[in-house]
Design a protein around this ligand. Sequence first.
Ligand code: AMP
Length: 434
Amino acid sequence: MSFETLGLGPELLRAIAETGYTEPTPVQKQAIPAVLAGGDLLAGAQTGTGKTAAFMLPILERLKPGLSTSPSPARHPLRVLILTPTRELAAQVEEAAKVYAKHLPLRSTVIFGGVNINPQIDALRRGVDLLVATPGRLLDHAGQKTIRLDQVEVLVLDEADRMLDMGFIHDIKRVLSLLPANRQNLLFSATFSDEIKALADRLLKSPAMIEVARRNTAAETVAQTVLPVDRGRKRELLSKLIREGKWSQVLVFTRTKHGANKLSEQLEKDGIDSAAIHGNKSQGARTKALADFKAGQVRVLVATDIAARGLDIDQLPHVVNFELPMVAEDYVHRIGRTGRAGSTGEALSLVCVDEHKLLGGIEKLLKRTITKRVVPGFEPDPNAKPEPIVAGGRGGGRGPGAGRGPRGPRPGGSQGRPSGSVRGPRAPRSRRSS
Ligand code: AMP
């Protein structure tokens, strides 16, 4: 099946051809006709499945008749609102809008917290047809009356499960209350917890439902190995692996922001170009770290789980769990960063005695054991005693961001509003692995 048969117009088909896509992905095949038909949609699809184009292309096609080349703001009312959980994802989604709308007079912009609000206000004032936003900053604009939402025709909740995990439910409800009742709603989520179902029930009217193969399949296609090692020797082992394996691009996960910074600094001292990416970094620093990594100027990107969400980095050959995540599902998300789209990938986990319980939880979720391989010279001490892992920060790490407990849902939904986006580690939750 080709894109030509899906009902998209020549401007979009040209843009698609220019990006080099030849065939729609499964989620695109199903979502594009459904969205073009104008109804609501509930889609189960993860990052990496082509979900962004799956909603963006038909939305642009539907917008097309009303798009104007006029500079007048009045000719560019906000008609499409896309909410995403993180700044990075927001930026990537808006970038996608620009790419696909290359041959259409679309005005789009992105707004998120952590950056100066004034340029956003200016952009909104000039008129925007399509807006990608994180919920907190969007509400800031709504509160300051620097945005009008009364002409929104299409609402997209992208990675809705992540938004709920990050405590955005109250923000989302507030946004919904500001939108016109008559609109098209598209909800994309990787998982379907009871919370997501409740949100879908409230939001969607007789939705089309599609579900594409979960990227959980990464758990089957990615070569996974556990390297048992002592707590204090992980960094040394990682440096050796990078050097001897001549790895040019590796994404390394730590549990905490402090851990990410510390590891990145240590790797730099070992002569390995590295950058950390997490919620405490300024937006500029995060964007630069990602760009440098993509450009190959930085070999190692050290990230926390939340900062890594939605990062569009394709076909990473190596992912390393420097520390295992507290939540087993995050392991699957992490290793899903490698071996995408048929390319082979390798996920290595450096596991010390403190983490055996976490490893057990992951193996239970995967329904199999992960191969263990001891690296000669790094044999773990058989007498080492496990130390407790303090949620949100390893015991002993006392830097900024370390040792903070996990947070529960935000009371009242207004706390910490101005940051608008990435909000620190989320509360432990019981989520189905479906
Ligand atoms: P997403 O799931 O939206 O994050 O997309 C994952 C990646 O797939 C992005 O880098 C897209 O540019 C790419 N992509 C989307 N649709 C297609 C397609 N039909 N063919 C090839 N690549 C695609």
